[in-house]
Unconditional design. Structure first.
Ligand SMILES: O=C(O)CCC(=O)C(=O)O
Length: 315
C-alpha cells in the first residue's frame, strides 16, 4: 500500500526534472513502485552543487536506494561524494572517523558470497548499524550477480492493523553468529575482530518510525534476528518466519542488473537487500558505509557532514 503523500512526491519526480546543477539537468526516475530510483546527470568526478546533494538526499529518502550509472571514479571521489551524507568508514564493524579512502577494498566475495545472499540490512547486530552503504561495480559477470532491494515501509504498510498492533512496541535480538557461519573459513577471524569491539548482538525495536521520512518501517531481517524478546520461543519463531517471508514479496522489491561503474547508495534504515550468488567469474565491487545510527533514535543523512562543515565555519 502506498500512502497518498508518497504518491504525490513520486508523481512530482516522475516528470524527470529534479534540479539543475551547473549546465547539467539532474533527474530522478523511479524504477519500481516501492523502492529504487536512478539519478542521472550527476558526475561524481566533479564537486557537487548543493542542489544536487539535496536532490540525491531526497531521492534516497523517497526511494530507499538510488543508482548512478557510468561513474568511472576513484575511491577518493566516491569517498568525497559520501561525505556529503555522513561519516564514511572503510569497515562497518571496525571503522572510525580516522578511516581513509585508500583503505576501501576491491572485493570479490568469492566463497563467502553466501554471506550476502540472504535478505538483510547491514550489520544490525551492532548497537549502531551503518546508516547507509555505497557499492560501486568495478567488474561484473556477463550475467547473474544482480542485487535486489526491498522497501521495509511497504512491508510494514502491507501488514494488517491487528498484526501491526501486535508487533508495535516489541523488540528483537540481532546477533552476529549466523553471519559468522555464512562467512565459512573467514568466520572465526571475523568473529574475533567483531566481538572485541561490538559484543555479540543488540536488541532493536521490531518496528521503527524512520527518523527522516516519518514512515513506519519493519526492522527485522533474516541475517541477524534470532528472537523477538517479549514472545515465547515458539511464538517468536513462527512470527519471524512469517515476517522473513513477508519482506520478500516481489511488489516490495526491485532487482538491479549491474554494469561496471554503477554506484548504488542505500538507506539501511528503510530497506533490506539480497545479493544473488548465481554467477561465474569475477564480480569485483568497492564498498563502504556511513557511520552508524541508533535504531529508534533521531539520525539524519548529512547530519555528520553538516556538523563538520558548521564547525569548520565556526573556527
Ligand atoms: O554484493 C552485493 O551486491 C551486495 C553485498 C551486500 O550485501 C552488502 O554490501 O551489504
Amino acid at each position: 500500500m502506498i500512502v497518498g503523500r508518497r504518491q504525490v512526491e513520486t508523481a512530482r519526480q516522475e516528470d524527470g526534472l529534479a534540479s539543475m546543477a551547473g549546465d547539467r539537468t539532474v533527474t530522478v526516475r523511479r524504477i519500481a513502485t516501492n523502492v529504487g530510483a536512478v539519478v542521472s546527470g550527476v558526475d561524481l568526478r566533479a564537486p557537487l552543487a548543493a542542489e544536487t546533494v539535496r536532490t540525491i538526499r531526497q531521492a534516497l529518502l523517497d526511494h530507499g536506494v538510488v543508482f548512478m550509472r557510468d561513474q568511472d571514479i576513484s575511491r577518493e571521489q566516491m569517498w568525497a561524494f559520501a561525505e556529503h551524507f555522513g561519516q564514511p568508514q572503510a569497515s562497518d564493524t571496525a571503522g572510525s572517523a580516522e578511516d581513509r579512502p585508500e583503505q576501501v577494498a576491491t572485493l570479490d566475495f568469492g566463497p563467502q558470497r553466501g554471506a550476502t545472499s540472504i535478505w538483510h540490512a547491514d550489520m544490525t547486530s551492532m548497537a549502531t548499524p551503518p546508516l547507509a552503504t555505497l557499492l560501486r561495480a568495478v567488474q561484473v559477470p556477463e550475467f547473474g550477480g544482480d542485487t535486489s532491494w526491498s522497501s521495509m515501509a511497504a512491508a510494514w504498510d502491507a501488514l494488517s492493523p491487528p498484526m501491526q498492533a501486535m508487533l508495535d512496541g516489541l523488540t528483537a535480538l540481532h546477533v552476529v553468529e549466523s553471519l559468522v557461519e555464512r562467512l565459512k573459513d573467514f568466520g572465526p577471524q571475523y568473529r574475533a575482530t567483531y566481538t572485541r569491539r561490538n559484543g555479540v548482538g543488540s536488541v532493536h525495536p521490531v518496528a521503527l518510525t524512520h527518523p527522516e521520512s516519518g514512515r513506519r518501517t519493519l526492522y527485522v531481517n533474516e541475517a541477524f534476528v534470532t528472537r523477538i524478546v517479549e514472545l515465547e520461543p515458539a511464538e517468536s519463531a513462527a512470527v519471524l518466519a512469517m515476517l522473513f517471508r513477508h519482506v520478500q514479496r516481489p511488489e516490495f522489491t526491485m532487482r538491479w542488473k549491474w554494469r561496471a561503474n554503477d554506484v548504488a547508495f542505500w538507506d539501511n534504515r528503510s530497506v533490506q537487500h539480497y545479493a544473488s550468488p548465481d554467477y561465474v567469474g569475477p564480480r569485483l565491487m568497492q564498498r563502504f558505509a556511513l557511520a552508524g545510527w541508533t535504531p529508534g533514535k533521531p539520525s539524519s543523512l548529512g547530519g555528520a557532514a553538516d556538523a563538520r562543515s558548521a564547525s569548520r565555519t565556526d573556527s
